[in-house]
Design a protein around this ligand. Structure first.
Ligand SMILES: [Cu+2]
Length: 165
């Protein structure tokens, strides 16, 4: 929703693409003192697989904000390219992008976590997207932490503005 008032709560509904068709999830962004609380609850992650034959491990999963609110699947072999690159409003190296998040650890396909960030307000991220990757984020390879293909995506929308009760 559009409002002259700041967004206090936003949600991204996460849906898996062709590489993780059963993946579903929800990510909440809540305005708190000094920044934003991020809550993620995801099911249907693929089973962990250790690195083998020069292939990176599957899981824990890279987890970021990407710049475009476009979660169309596109190329089934390389999904969700429409989401674009990492959202990087302050021109930082990867590892310190405003939307670089902790990796998601799967527990038999399920993950949930809550963390705090002071790198954006809820209003800053409306219309961006959340992406879950196949591989772990190494937090140093540019520009995206070598976290591999995109398993799932969700567009961030405001669900609650201040003064909007
Ligand atoms: Cu990403």
């Amino acid at each position: 929703m559009n409002s002259q008032y700041p967004c206090m709560m936003a949600v991204a509904q996460i849906r898996g693409g062709p590489l993780a068709p059963n993946l579903r999830g929800i990510v909440y962004f809540r305005a708190v003192a000094g920044g934003t609380e991020v809550y993620a609850n995801v099911t249907g992650l693929p089973p962990y697989r250790p690195a083998q034959n020069g292939q990176p491990p599957i899981g824990p999963h890279g987890f970021h904000l990407h710049q475009n609110g476009d979660c169309s699947v596109g190329d089934v072999n390389n999904p969700f390219q429409g989401a674009g690159e990492h959202w990087n409003p302050t021109n930082q190296p990867h590892g310190n992008h405003a939307g670089d998040f902790p990796v998601l650890f799967s527990n038999n396909g399920n993950a949930w976590m809550i963390f705090f960030t002071d790198k954006f307000t809820v209003g800053d991220i409306i219309g961006k997207s959340v992406v879950i990757h196949q591989n772990p984020d190494d937090y140093r390879t540019q520009p995206a932490g070598n976290s591999g293909k995109r398993l799932a995506c969700g567009v961030i929308r405001c669900v609650y503005n201040w003064m909007n009760y």
